[in-house]
Design a protein around this ligand. Structure first.
Ligand SMILES: C[S@@+](CC[C@H](N)C(=O)[O-])C[C@H]1O[C@@H](n2cnc3c(N)ncnc32)[C@H](O)[C@@H]1O
Ligand SMILES: [Zn+2]
Length: 153
């Protein structure tokens, strides 16, 4: 819920990428703000304590790091934005404005298309091949990096 459009322009259903995803139910023009990425605001230390990465396990959380001090955990008080998957060839973007995160379309989107943005996750540790394997990407794009981690410099 908390969609910015009534009726909502996307719905949540099973995704071929992973688990659930958000899919357009209407034509959506490029540059449309869809929803806030809502959730509990915590510190990176709180988030590390809440989700200790099990060694070797594939990472799965609803965390979004705004900056070095604030992480939004959409597992608590989150909305439909938490179901949007990552793609290396995204049609949406997550825009940070005054400490809040908004999901906006980058391209014109047709009904049925999955809404995806580039998570560009950055770890405190180096993005080694082993780290990348804990964050695999199955977006299916020709330009897929193979990981939902950001390219580090
Ligand atoms: C914010 S959730 C997205 C919704 C998720 N599909 C679900 O049903 O809970 C983020 C998690 O989804 C998974 N995910 C998102 N995009 C992915 C992708 N392109 N490839 C593989 N897993 C992905 C990862 O496990 C990630 O930690
Ligand atoms: Zn990818």
């Amino acid at each position: 819920m908390a969609h910015l459009h009534d009726p909502p322009v996307f719905e949540i259903r099973r995704s071929g990428i992973q688990g659930m995803g958000g899919f357009a139910t209407h034509h959506i023009p490029a540059g449309t703000r869809l929803i806030e990425y809502a959730g509990e605001r915590i510190t990176p230390a709180q988030s590390d304590a809440r989700y200790p990465d099990a060694p070797g396990a594939r990472h799965h959380t609803y965390l979004f790091a705004i900056d070095d001090e604030v992480v939004v955990d959409a597992a608590v008080n989150g909305n439909d934005a938490r179901f949007l998957n990552h793609s290396c060839a995204p049609n949406c973007d997550a825009v940070i404005e005054d400490g809040r995160i908004w999901i906006e379309t980058l391209l014109d989107i047709e009904p049925g298309e999955e809404l995806v943005y580039d998570y560009a996750y950055v770890l405190a540790e180096r993005h080694t091949p082993a780290a990348k394997r804990r964050f695999p990407c199955s977006c299916g794009a020709i330009t897929c990096r193979g990981t939902i981690l950001a390219k580090k410099r």
